[in-house]
Design a protein. Structure first.
Length: 420
């Protein structure tokens, strides 16, 4: 345990208390709110948790599953997924399930770009990069990517990927030299410090000169990077950026980075203990069921971390952090010839945290398992309302952080009805 953190010790008896609603954080201004993205790569089967479509003849539900309710949230309960029940029992008050979200494609790469950026160009920055960039000088690593998809776009100076094998720490400490078969003479610590000071002075001097706009931006970005490198060298003694494929390990790193003011946004993913992912064209239930249980087990641990770690503006990180759980697509409503499920352009997402109208489900599915339209102002299903899309979810996340979504995603309205 990192000695720089004030960590409350939590036993299983305290877990129920952690389900208390986050009421004090709703007054936090948007520019003090943090984001944690949890991604399930490969396309999850939402009928195994988020979409209890037991009365829909177009959908093949599991025989051992049943509809369950926690507060205002109905979900799919199954004996093999106890962590799902535990999560909703403890956190339904602060959870918002978004059902029937359209992603406009059934190709993994395109759907990933759409869910993260609202476009399929691959050039646009993703939602956490946009949020992190609004105050990038205030954080050493504004958007910390532990694993999963990342699209920096033109916000690359605000984004850093750690690498699950400790690549970031090795780069900062210089230990990465030993990873290469090519040897060279590196400067000692005294010479390294001299070089660092020289680079900082040169960067500062260049930003003060008369430059064209593009050159000025580049010079400022270089100066910011030089400063952050020095910050990272100091941080390596007080925080570890090395995690693993396990969501629990990534949650600990995320809590450290957010609590110590190193980052404002963190992206992580869960693709299984072997990294196999959620793309279950065969043996869907045998593969998806344990993935769902493990994902929600990791989410339970993430909430423990957030609720037991001091925040930078609120009492704890849970008072100022919104957790967004999503995948790039859903899966077909019926089983195929190999007991699997194929790609489907409608999916779900879950938001957990302060500043939203929790304890509810927004959206839904029609009798063909297509997503229903949703009124952005109320969050209610309605005829003539716009299609509930990944772009509208992204616009909502930006609005949540007091960022005008207009310059980043056009033609859609944020779901203001889900913002408290």
């Amino acid at each position: 345990m990192n000695p720089t953190r004030r960590h409350f010790l939590l036993g299983s008896a305290a877990l129920g208390a952690l389900g208390l609603p986050l009421t004090s954080a709703r007054a936090l201004p948007g520019n003090q709110r943090k984001l944690v993205i949890v991604y399930a790569p490969g396309g999850w089967d939402i009928t195994r948790v988020f979409a209890p479509e037991f009365s829909n003849r177009s959908v093949a539900m599991e025989s051992a599953a049943e509809r369950a309710t926690a507060g205002g949230i109905s979900y799919v309960s199954h004996p093999g997924r106890p962590n799902v029940d535990a999560f909703f029992a403890n956190h339904h008050r602060d959870a918002l399930v978004v059902n029937g979200m359209m992603v406009r494609s059934i190709a993994h790469e395109i759907c990933t770009m759409i869910t993260m950026t609202g476009t399929s160009s691959g050039l646009a920055p993703d939602w956490p990069a946009i949020v992190a960039d609004t105050d990038r000088t205030g954080y050493t690593l504004p958007h910390l990517v532990l694993s999963g998809p990342s699209f920096p776009g033109d916000k690359g100076v605000a984004v850093a990927r750690t690498g699950l094998a400790g690549q970031l720490e090795a780069l900062v400490s210089g230990e990465v030299d030993a990873w290469s078969a090519t040897s060279y003479d590196a400067p000692d610590r005294v010479r390294e410090a001299v070089i660092d000071r020289y680079l900082q002075r040169r960067a500062t001097a260049r930003t003060m000169g008369t430059l064209a706009d593009a050159d000025a931006r580049q010079a400022q970005a270089f100066a910011d990077s030089a400063t952050k490198l020095e910050d990272l060298k100091g941080l390596r003694y007080g925080i570890s950026f090395t995690s693993s494929l396990l969501l629990q390990d990534q949650a600990r790193v995320a809590a450290d980075a957010l609590s110590q003011g190193v980052s404002r946004c963190v992206t992580m993913s869960y693709a299984g203990t072997q990294g196999q992912g959620w793309d279950t064209h065969a043996n869907n239930d045998d593969l998806q069921s344990p993935l769902w249980d493990e994902l929600f087990g990791g989410l339970l641990q993430l909430m423990v971390e957030l609720r037991s770690t001091p925040g930078t503006s609120g009492a704890t990180l849970a008072d100022e952090t919104l957790v967004v759980v999503m995948s790039e697509m859903g899966r077909t409503p019926n089983i195929n010839g190999t007991n699997g499920k194929d790609h489907w352009p409608y999916t779900s997402a879950m938001l957990v945290g302060p500043g939203i109208t929790g304890d509810r489900v927004v959206g839904g599915f029609d009798d063909t398992f297509y997503g229903q339209t949703v009124d952005p102002a109320s969050g209610e299903v309605g005829n003539g309302a716009p299609v509930l899309s990944a772009e509208s979810l992204g616009a909502t996340l930006l609005s949540y952080c007091d960022i005008d979504p207009g310059p980043f995603v056009s033609g859609v309205a944020p779901l203001t009805g889900v913002l408290a």
